[in-house]
Structure formats: structure tokens, C-alpha cells
Design a protein around this ligand. Structure first.
Ligand SMILES: Cc1ncc(COP(=O)(O)O)c(C=O)c1O
Length: 289
């Protein structure tokens, strides 16, 4: 009786495409959907960029290494304990937890989120579920095949103070159109001046120009002193899709603020899926980078 009136949920184009691909019986079928490629031996392809990266800290702690990979080995904010990091259920779990944190645990946070379109299809449903008002602007100019920079700037200039901007740090999904370093610098300046909040998603670090170059935006924003969230996925770059390995980092202004944000994240994780499983699947991968 209660469930009788439940309508079907909104269709998901990706899900239907996957269903059709799964049932396709073509003998030469190749599934490129999940963004994890296998080599001739059927093993996950390891990226050179990752193999070359060394975490010379002598520290095998997963979260510490994950933070160093995205923020840089010598990031001052890490030294000063200004970053609250938690393990998440991959990149998607990081975006979800980040949205929950901003919605429920940060009293001063705005309820308005900006997303440049086209975008990864999960941002809008996740932020709407968390109670945000999602506004869109044009990220991509089809006629030039590049970022619609004027539209990006216009969105930033017209957004109410405190608005959240979802930013893909590299390898933009689905357009592959990334901002240049100079554009990231301008954007950081604008975001800072206008009191906006950057919400970074980095799901492909190492798969664009290189592990360090792909994190330029995040590191620059940290360097100029912006608070932000960073959603990190190791699904594609470490070939750990099935294991759901990710992290959420909150860059704060002080170690005291970071401790409080970490505690709020602990609370949200406990209320959602109980615990983070740190150092189980992952430490061996990151240790060997
Ligand atoms: C831009 C972007 N962010 C986040 C994710 C989520 O990644 P994960 O598979 O680690 O949940 C994806 C996956 O396709 C993505 O393309």
C-alpha cells in the first residue's frame, strides 16, 4: 500500500547506455565506459605519471599521501595541519559528503551552487538532494571547442556573495576543455575578491598533462589562501574503480578550524555509512607511487 504510488525515478542516460552496452553481443565490443583501460594482458593500465611520482615522506598513511598528491608534497597548509582529510567512497562519495558538509555543518554557507555545463551528470542530482539551489552557466563553447571563458567570468561576477562554484581541476568531463594556468589565476582572484567558495573535483589527476600539472588549479587556490573542498578519486588514475577509493579534503584557515571540520566529517560519516576504512586496500598502492 505504501509503495504502490511510487513513480519511476528520473531516467539516467549513462545507466541506459551501460545497459545497452552490456547486452550488446558484438564480438569486438570494447567497454570504455568506466574510464579504466586494460592492457594486452587484461591488467589495469598503470600510468607512467603515477609510477614516476614518489612520496618521499617516509609516511605510508593513506590520507596524508592522498593530500600530498593533490596539494603538493611540501604544501605549507599540510605542515600547519590546516587540512581536514577523510577517506570517502571514491570521488562520488567525496562529492556527496562535501555537499552534506556544506548543507548541514557550515552555518555560514550559501545554499546556491553554480555548475558549468555540460558537466559530469551527478553534480546536479547530488546537490539538489542535499537541498541546494543549483544554477548553471556555459562552461564550453562548442564553436571553438574550448572553455567559454566569458561565460565563466560572467557567472562569477554575477553570483551572490558566498555562492559555491563546482570546479573540475583537470580533464574536464565531458568536454576535456580545461582552464589555462592564467585563467585559473584570474578565477582564483575573482573568487577570493567576491567571497565565493570553490568546490574542487579532481577525478583524473595524472591523466591530462601530468600528476603535478593537473593539480595546478587546486595548489594555486591553496597558495592564495582560499578555503575550499577538494574531492579526490583514485578510480581512474590508480585503476581502482571497483574498490571505491577516494578522499575529501577541506582546506581551512587554521588548524583549529580543520579539527572542527574533521570532527563534523566524522559525524556525517558515522551517520551515513558508519566508518572510513583507511589503509586497507589503499596504502600499498599509494606507498608504491
Ligand atoms: C568529473 C568526475 N567527478 C567524479 C567522478 C566520480 O568518480 P568515482 O568513480 O571515483 O566515484 C567521475 C566519474 O566518472 C567524474 O567524471
Amino acid at each position: 500500500m505504501f509503495f504502490d504510488g511510487v513513480p519511476m525515478a528520473a531516467p539516467d542516460a549513462m545507466y541506459h547506455l551501460k545497459m545497452r552496452a552490456d547486452t550488446d553481443t558484438h564480438p569486438n565490443k570494447v567497454d570504455l565506459g568506466p574510464g579504466v583501460y586494460r592492457n594486452e594482458q587484461g591488467l589495469c593500465h598503470e600510468l607512467k605519471a603515477l609510477r614516476e611520482y614518489e612520496v618521499n615522506t617516509g609516511n605510508t598513511n593513506y590520507l596524508n599521501n592522498a593530500a600530498r598528491i593533490v596539494l603538493g608534497k611540501d604544501a605549507k597548509i599540510l605542515e600547519f595541519n590546516q587540512v581536514a582529510s577523510v577517506q570517502t567512497i571514491s570521488g562520488t562519495g567525496a562529492v556527496h559528503l562535501g555537499a552534506m558538509l556544506l548543507a548541514h555543518s557550515v552555518p555560514r554557507m550559501s545554499k546556491t551552487v553554480y555548475v558549468g555545463i555540460p558537466a559530469w551528470g551527478n553534480y546536479q542530482p547530488m546537490f539538489k538532494l542535499a537541498g541546494f539551489d543549483v544554477r548553471t552557466y556555459r562552461h564550453y563553447d562548442k564553436s571553438t571547442g574550448t572553455v567559454d571563458w566569458d561565460a565563466v567570468l560572467q557567472a562569477v561576477e554575477s553570483a551572490p556573495r558566498g555562492s559555491i562554484f563546482i570546479l573540475q581541476a583537470c580533464c574536464h568531463n565531458p568536454t576535456a576543455a580545461d582552464l589555462s594556468e592564467e585563467q585559473w589565476q584570474i578565477l582564483a582572484r575573482e573568487i577570493k575578491e567576491r567571497g565565493l567558495f570553490p568546490f574542487f573535483d579532481i577525478a583524473y589527476q595524472g591523466m591530462g598533462k601530468g600528476l603535478e600539472e593537473d593539480a595546478y588549479s587546486v595548489r594555486h587556490f591553496a597558495e592564495v589562501g582560499l578555503e575550499m573542498l577538494i574531492c579526490q578519486s583514485f578510480s581512474k588514475n590508480l585503476g581502482l574503480y571497483g574498490e571505491r577509493v577516494g578522499a575529501l579534503h577541506a582546506v581551512c584557515k587554521s588548524s583549529q578550524a580543520a579539527a572542527a571540520v574533521r570532527d563534523q566529517l566524522r559525524f556525517l560519516i558515522r551517520a551515513t555509512y558508519s566508518a572510513s576504512v583507511v589503509d586497507v586496500v589503499t596504502s600499498f598502492c599509494l606507498h608504491d607511487l
